[in-house]
Design a protein around this ligand. Sequence first.
Ligand code: NAP
Length: 804
Amino acid sequence: MSVKTYLKTMPYGPAPEAADAANAWLDRHERKFGLFINNRWVEPSTGEYYDNFNPATGEKLAQTAQAGQPDVDAAVGAAREAFAAWSATPGHARARHLYAIARHLQKHARLLAVLETMDNGKPIRESRDIDVPLLARHFTYHAGWAQLMERELPGYGPVGVVGQIIPWNFPLLMLAWKIAPAIALGNTVVLKPASYTRLTALLFAEIVAEAGLPPGVVNVVTGSSQAGTLIVEHPDVDKIAFTGSTEVGRVLRRLTAGSGKRLSLELGGKSPFVVFDDADLDGAIEGVVDAIWFNQGQVCCAGSRLLVQESVAGRFIEKLKQRMGHLRVGDPLDKAIDIGAIVDQTQWDTIDGWVKRGVTEGAALFQPDIPLPEKGCFYPPTLLTGVEPTASVAQEEIFGPVLVAMTFRTPAEAVALANNTRYGLAASVWSDNVNVALDVARHIKAGTVWINCTNLFDAASGFGGYRESGFGREGGEEGLFEYLRPRWQARPRPALDPAAKADGWGKAPAALPAPVESSSTGADIDRTPKMYIGGKQKRPDGNYSRPVFGPKGERVGEVGEGNRKDIRDAVEAAHAAAKWAALTPYNRAQIMYYIAENLAARADEFARRIAAQTGQAAKAARAEVEASIERLFTAAAWADKLGGTVQETPLRGLTVGLREPVGVIGIACPDEAPLLAFVSLLAPAIARGNTVVIVPSEVHPLAATDFYQVLDTSDVPPGVVNIVTGSRDHLAKVLAEHEDVDALWYFGSAEGSAQVEALSAANMKRTWVGYGLPRDWASEEQGAGEEFLHEATQVKNIWLPSGA
Ligand code: NAP
């Protein structure tokens, strides 16, 4: 037999990693764990425990506690108590703590990796080479931010006590993504791991205490989803950071609505893996293996939708099938295994259910003829071809080792297919033509796009979703904002009016008279109230208008009474103006300056209008116009200075963080500072490439309706700004329920804020609400701070390796 034949036929011998250290740790705890509060093990008040199993063997590993209300209270209490001292600890001291944690994690790397594999079923190769090194990396990276915080983020303080809830697919990594930035910036934490995988979070807690972190800064509470709910609903928790399914994310959005708690959601995905015919096909095949069979496909950003250019599809699928035949499924502790165990039988059943459904819907099933262990929870690598883009297996997250394949012809079709999902977490694009690859990467709606690579992560590059994959970022400078609050802002504690429960929206802002039917004749002829939609003045759909009164109750004008149809038309016009985002930033800046110039030309007229409505002195009204002009200049300045950054990841090549627009933003303005607030909200939104549907002050809307003419004379393309007047809450409700609105900013009542947050859960739109609390629009910090730019953008990270 030749050497070549030997090499091709030689079987793999077993190469198991020893589990002794992990077993010894479990034994030391008598395989029974309490809750970890204040750096101590605590018995759960319920007296109840849950069995944790190794999914690869079915062997019971340990019992972990089921927390109840008193336990969550104790953990939150401990975090609250620790917060005072921890948030006042100098950044350098916090940096030392984080660095010490990183060093201790490295010291225990092997134990952590083995236990992670035993608890979750993932191959040791992955836990050893990816999960655990990244765990330590996140603490080192964020030690750096603790060190730099006072100098680089002087206007910010920590949010407070943070409740963090994580899934089971990357128990340690998800924990690191959450805990490291939180504590680096002075917050304290109550973390709940997923039920299937609780053990490494407990080991981590022990290591953290060993590293000398003060008691109460990190508390780990194990328990069922109800324990998660208890954390979410706890009144003394200031922020919830959640990673998990979109379904549960939606529940949490509703649970926290109106509470003033900050919320970040890292949710599910159905990420495309796009292969062009000029790609290195063999490289792309290895990419697919990594994209969908890494961690058994139980990866939020798994490249689970393969889109191959038609001209190479046949060849590519054949190569892929061959490659699948060489994958090794088996004991996750074996170092030569590619695919480990599915986390639990329930998950296995769900995966199998999806595969059967795919076949029923007409897909062709391929599973290679490779050995699977007889015992344990193993699922073969699976490929479904002939799948329609609308098939449920092409739309829904399967969260297992199942790839669905489709074809496309042109780059435009690839983008359309890639975006044909409600998610937007990640994408992978393969082409040797850098023009095509970058252009497609720009057009895919996702928080991370890997070009000619996949599933690369680093603490220096934020991770998070567009659309129903959630909001917020973890990692990078962009992720810091999730754990910071501007110093001028206390935790909002909105006082909801109990009498406002009937429709939930609270009282109208003032005793407004009932709308009346519009008349377009007589003395009002030049004041016929109109909407501003798609660059045109349009009569309100319902043909109703509402009078506008001055401070003494005198009638000073009329505006249209907008309804559902007007909002729909406005949203449509805003979408039709999407090319605004593609205009050069210089062009957008010029238009912003032009708006300012035209407003300045009519400053006296605007000042008189403000004074007539609000009763302000002429000087104050004039100052409001001047401040509005300045806001437009500020926005113009930012139009071409916030493009993004090169992220300092270990990639040989470029990781580029781009600040993209959010899309169509609905804005409901407050009643105070009717022109200044309107402009302060509108200007940064459009300067950063968004298009808007804006509802001006309900009580003093006339400055905004006069603004139509300013827009008309300033070269603003039709549809970029759409103005709908009427009842703020009625219109905000329509915007909140609208599936095609990407974000909603609302500055009305506390009750309205609660409604906006709750209703926006339907399509997971981003919200920014005022909770009915005062904001000084004239202040630079409160009326034009970084917050505005943050809300007007979302970060996409593009990874582009280089090398000849
Ligand atoms: P899940 O069912 O949403 O659970 C996630 C966590 O939430 C678990 O700790 C769970 O506790 C808890 N939980 C469930 N219902 C809750 C409720 N009503 N209130 C409070 N907490 C609740 O998700 P999973 O099945 O563990 O994880 C898979 C999902 O995570 C996938 O959709 C995946 O895409 C997503 N994921 C996203 C990212 C990202 O960065 N975007 C990363 C990883 C995973 P129990 O375990 O006790 O039920």
